[in-house]
Write a protein of this length. Structure first.
Length: 81
């Protein structure tokens, strides 16, 4: 089975987005510490929105990687002579 480079990029992005989502759930203040801004004045709404968006991006990348995986499985492989 020959996987394209796109599959590996999608899997890597899914891992990065999922880790960022997990970190945001565990430690929501990291965003304010890094960027030095508090757009929601401490309510946490921005962090929940960002965590939700990161989670959706992780799921989307997983689904795209699945499409690539299935495409590679349908491709005929080299035949042994």
């Amino acid at each position: 089975m020959k996987l394209r480079q796109l599959f590996h990029v999608e899997v890597a992005l899914a891992i990065v987005f999922a880790c960022a989502c997990f970190v945001t759930f565990l430690w929501p203040d990291w965003i304010e510490l890094i960027f030095g801004a508090d757009p929601d004045q401490g309510s946490g709404a921005a962090e929940w929105g960002i965590a939700g968006a990161l989670g959706l991006l992780a799921v989307l990348c997983c689904l795209l990687a699945r499409v690539e995986w299935r495409r590679a499985r349908r491709q005929p492989g080299p035949t042994a002579s």
